[in-house]
Design a binder for this molecule. Sequence first.
Ligand code: TXA
Ligand code: MG
Length: 325
Amino acid sequence: MTRPRITRSIEEVIAALRDGQVVAIPTETVYGLAADATNECALELIYEVKGRPRRNPLIVHFASKELAWKAGSEIPDTARRLANRFWPGPLTLIIRKQAAVSPIITAGQETVAVRVPSHPVALELLKFFPRGLAAPSANRYTKVSPTTAEHVVKDLEGRLDLVLDGGACAIGIESTIVDCTQPQPVLLRPGYITVEELEQTLGIPVMFRNVGGTLSPGQHAVHYAPDAKVHLSEPDKIDHLIAGLRDRGEAPLVISAQTPHLGTSVTWWQIPDDPAEFARRIYGYLREADAVGFKTVVIATPNQDGIGRAILDRLEKAAQSPGTT
Ligand code: TXA
Ligand code: MG
């Protein structure tokens, strides 16, 4: 295995998946590392290629909600209402699993994560897999999720054969995850679909559980992490932080909306004003920072309204990275 090959042929990808291979596929959020949900050898391979611990379960993707519900033993009203409102789209629902769903997908749990993505190429492909395609994000474990086919090639060189190219992901950060197995739904991962939208649809409050309990995604110390050390700062404290870093001889990259007070050793990339645009580009920025070779990145915390909460969630996890230097 050498460099993964990029293809636009859905037929080729169908054949590879039927043959038990794992293939990276586009979705509207991020690229996924897909395998036929009924093929246990292929499911095992996902964990190997990604370098992910077996205790961290996978999301199963379907072409329609009718097919997704077949993976569940009971479908709560909350799940139905959210699916009716937001599918196809960037929302993952946790429901109780049907007996036939492989324990390799669910990491031995009694629940399963299901999603109907809205990317047209993903939907077309999924029509050929009525029992679904299991797919985590197509990055190495703890690293930044890929939002282009080229990102996948770079991340999984030597570990994967094929990437289905569907262009740059329109949303750019992972789906919102809601646990619907309890009477009160619980937000496990913020995303493009906001708590306000969830609550409006359900007419009841949605709890947030970011840490605690083994089910919450992304709770390991390092996650969504570039190689560079990431510092987060309130926009009005950024100049102070930069000054401190420069005193220590560092030459940071600054990613912010407003122009910082630049010294000679500081580089500035401007954040777009539109939060959705920022979400779409954030993983690209982190990758680019590594590619250019920055050791230190300072990022201004976004406004926490709407999708800002999901962006902040990913940036806080990126900032827990020790960096490589
Ligand atoms: O946007 C997305 O959700 C992308 C695209 C490819 O669909 N997928 C994605 O998958 O982000 P992954 O595996 O990187 O993140 C899914 C998270 C994992 O952290 C996992 O722990 C959690 O969902 N998860 C999966 N099944 C679960 C379950 N039954 N209960 C609780 N959490 C679950
Ligand atoms: Mg992931």
